[in-house]
Design a protein around this ligand. Sequence first.
Ligand code: ADP
Ligand code: ASP
Ligand code: MG
Length: 408
Amino acid sequence: MSLIVQKYGGTSVGTPERIRNVARRILETQAEGHQVVAVVSAMAGVTNNLIKLADDVTGEGFPTEREMDVLLATGEQTTIALTAMALNSMGAKAVSLTGAQAGIQTDGVHTKARISNITPDGVHELLNEGNIVILAGFQGQTSDGRITTLGRGGSDLTAIAMAAAIDADLCQIFTDVDGVYTCDPRVVPSARKIEEISYDELLEMASSGSKVMQSRSVEFAKKFGVVFEVRSSLNNHPGTLVKEETMSMESIVIRGVSLERAQAKVTISGVKDVPGTASRIFGAVGQANLLVDMIVQNVSKTGITDISFTVHKDDVAKAEAALRPVMPDLGEGVTLEATDGIAKLSVVGIGMRSHSGVAAEMFKALSDSGINIEMISTSEIKVTVTVAEGDIDRAANVVHEAFGLGAA
Ligand code: ADP
Ligand code: ASP
Ligand code: MG
């Protein structure tokens, strides 16, 4: 008998009929002789609705983060109860558990908490008594009993972390596409499903906008060596296997293309080009727990320079609030400007380590299509540019095509 962790995302549990479909799939897995822990997300749209409700009741202010997590955790709590009920109505023995009940302990960073420890004794006990365990994704509890959530898409992390904690034989992430594609198939219709991908590649794709997996969950899987499969809950097609890189993976230069919309560029102009400037700026932004990407500093000719970075457009107000107090330390006449309406496009592949010319090819494909590049950044296995948000779908398609990633 093996121990299997399955995760079903929001669309897979989006309606009562879909929940019954998930229940049947879990039952089939158990009937094959396995113990099953099924992690479920909130029903599609529920988390977004809860965020909107919080905005509506707080008006101009920000919702308090402790209460935000109490609110957001209700989405998954609804689904665990409904899924367990559906299973029980089919004659199975299923028990629902919240993150706290399953022993998932986190730090206290509300709305993006990190898992600090998992005590899975209760889960093992329930499994050994013959139960199917239905576990709420995306949530945990601090050591002093506060409910926390793990960041958007965090049910993926719950599944991977629980698979590691209970030493599962298999971890399957069921979603609404057949696996990880060379680009979001909703944007690039010719995108192909990838059979195997390395942690590093998926991590770069996920952190540059391919939301098929939460990036922190891939990071966790890499750290603890959790091999997992991404596949569809709506058919039985084989999915994508995610694991440590192999020699054959390296022969592929570009694995995929990612895009991320709704970005904003924050520029601080007129700052003194002296040691400590960048540290003040990014210290302040980091303390506000904001995720900053693509940092660009201009060459200074007169001892004065500009520093730009990108953040999600919803984080602009927070970034401005964090930066205002340090502005006077940065020089006289320092100005802060934020522009939204930009998007990021990345190409990713571990083969890039041993191949040159990838950036040039990407820039050529964009320029041939008349798409202007604003900012550029590179890592060992990724090249990222920003373009106008209105150009992003076309940009993704031409770059995908230029690297020959599409279906033949
Ligand atoms: P779930 O609710 O199951 O967690 P998500 O909506 O978080 O599902 O992720 C699945 C979606 O990710 C797909 O519907 C697809 O549009 C999008 N996506 C983005 N990039 C990719 C990619 N490279 N491969 C597959 N899907 C992708
Ligand atoms: N319900 C949460 C979200 O929408 C977590 C998840 O679906 O993974 O972000
Ligand atoms: Mg998801």
